[in-house]
Design a protein around this ligand. Structure first.
Ligand SMILES: Cc1ncc(COP(=O)(O)O)c(C=O)c1O
Length: 461
């Protein structure tokens, strides 16, 4: 939900804990010229995040240049899985940069060979071929291309339908946004491709959670199963952090195999330990035909990947699936170093253990505040749904207020996401400690108590 932040500094309470420090008014008065310059030269669309001017970020903390320090619940936007500013990653980047190979397009490089081998080695069968790209949206575009190419090959041109999910987010490019399930984001496209259909996500909501709902929705869209080229879903929905039931995913896996449709897991958020397992699809006991990665892959520089079945990945002949910055050597160095940290330090394990504490504390808040309508997610990703008590309608105003107050208390969050802009998304770097989780949840608890106290009594339980 679009929101702009007020750039007039206001006094806020000073905060000092072992992990957080707020020592100035907010937004910081000295930061205003920088914020104004950004407003002057960037499109309005770039104004959606709290006005914290990042100066330095290390581990699970973000610092500005004026003495403030936040516990980071954003990881940027789920990028810094191995932690911000890790020296191992910075040194790998510097080493590669000083080796004077800054780019090589699709010409071979030794470091690209190492990265694709490393990824294929970590991924289960049959995800053994890897195509490197730069952004998550590009991986979705590539998956759409592969699904449609595969569909036409095995079933003729009628087999071209891409099935995806309501409320899904897969990126902002033409194809990735058509695969997305948020109608408001597609208005600019004017002419939608009828070969993209969305079915309800099985999150237990109004639209159900059983696999029969999937088949029924396809029939309602007049889609013959034999014409489906691919089914794509976020391993968990980014807007809410909701997972599908494992039985649903197992049935979907069987259905896709049975109808010779490719199953694509968009792991751009879920990959590299975020959910407490190295890959998010492990929670379902299935392996997709294609898996898409980005964000947390390097914890830093832009790099993304499509991994898949060799017969699918090899559908296009030499030179026909390329990208200018594919496998940029400096980005490969960052990814290799980050993967070594995620695997070597068992950050998926830390995500599972510390995430369990996070979820337990959030559930305790849900029990105390009827303004929380549910807590979803696994490991170190959580979606906290803000609702109007009683009505249980999404309360985007409350969510926005909570993000602002948390930031003023030294917990950095990105703006609310999901239906009605009412989900607080919590996704700290996977190196966060239990003590920092307790400290940051206590700030959210204070923010909730203050927001509830400001609301009319009728809105209380
Ligand atoms: C699940 C998912 N897929 C794809 C994307 C798009 O990635 P990018 O912004 O790198 O293009 C995102 C970004 O938020 C995402 O969360």
């Amino acid at each position: 939900m679009a929101r702009e932040y007020n750039l007039t500094p206001k006094p806020v309470a000073r905060v000092e804990t072992p992990f957080r420090r707020i020592a100035t008014d907010f937004p910081v008065p000295q930061s205003i010229p920088i914020l104004e310059k950004l407003q002057a030269y960037e499109p309005v669309a770039m104004r959606g995040q709290p006005p914290v001017v990042w100066d330095r970020a290390e581990g699970f903390q973000v610092y500005d240049a004026w003495g403030n320090r936040w516990i980071d619940w954003s990881s940027g936007v789920l990028i810094a899985n191995a932690g911000h500013g890790r020296p191992e990653i910075a040194e790998a980047i510097a080493r590669q940069a000083s080796a004077r190979l800054l780019t090589n397009y699709c010409f071979p490089s030794e470091i690209r060979s190492r990265l694709v081998e490393r990824l294929a080695g970590l991924l289960p069968q049959p995800l053994k071929k890897v195509f490197l790209l730069t952004t998550g949206s590009e991986t979705v575009e590539c998956a759409i291309k592969l699904c449609r190419t595969y569909g036409a090959r095995v079933g003729g041109r009628a087999k071209h339908v891409i099935v995806s999910y309501e409320k899904a987010f897969h990126g902002r490019t033409l194809g990735s946004q058509q695969a997305g399930g948020i109608p408001a984001l597609k208005e600019w496209m004017v002419n939608l491709d009828p070969g993209f259909v969305q079915v309800p996500f099985p999150d237990g909501g109004r639209s159900g959670s059983t696999f029969e709902d999937f088949e029924r929705a396809l029939a309602e869209h007049n889609v013959e199963p034999r014409n489906v080229a691919g089914v794509i879903l976020e391993t968990y929905q980014g807007g809410t952090a909701a997972f599908a039931p494992p039985e649903y995913m197992q049935a979907l896996r069987q259905w896709s195999t049975g109808h010779n449709a490719l199953l694509v897991c968009d792991e751009v958020q879920a990959g590299f330990g975020r959910t407490g397992t190295l890959w998010g699809f492990e929670h379902y006991g299935i392996v997709p035909d294609l898996a898409l990665f980005g964000k947390g892959m390097s914890s830093s520089l832009p790099i993304a990947a499509v991994a898949g079945r060799p017969d699918v990945m090899d559908l296009h002949p030499a030179g026909s699936m390329t990208s200018t910055h594919t496998g940029n050597p400096v980005c490969c160095a960052a990814a290799l170093a980050s993967i070594d940290l995620v695997v070597g330090e068992d950050l998926a394990g830390n995500s599972r253990r510390v995430g369990a504490l996070l979820h337990q504390r959030l559930q305790a808040l849900e029990a105390r505040f009827p303004h929380i309508g549910g807590v979803a997610g696994k490991g170190l990703v959580a979606g906290v749904a803000c609702v109007v008590p009683g009505a249980r309608e999404p309360d985007g105003d409350l969510a926005g207020e909570l993000v602002e107050t948390c930031v003023e208390k030294g917990v950095l969050m990105f703006s609310p996401v999901g239906p009605g802009g009412a989900t607080l998304k919590i996704s700290p770097p996977l190196v966060i400690t239990e003590a920092a989780i307790l400290d940051s949840v206590s700030a959210l608890e204070e923010a909730l108590a203050e927001a509830v106290a400001r609301r009319p009594a009728a809105a209380h339980r």
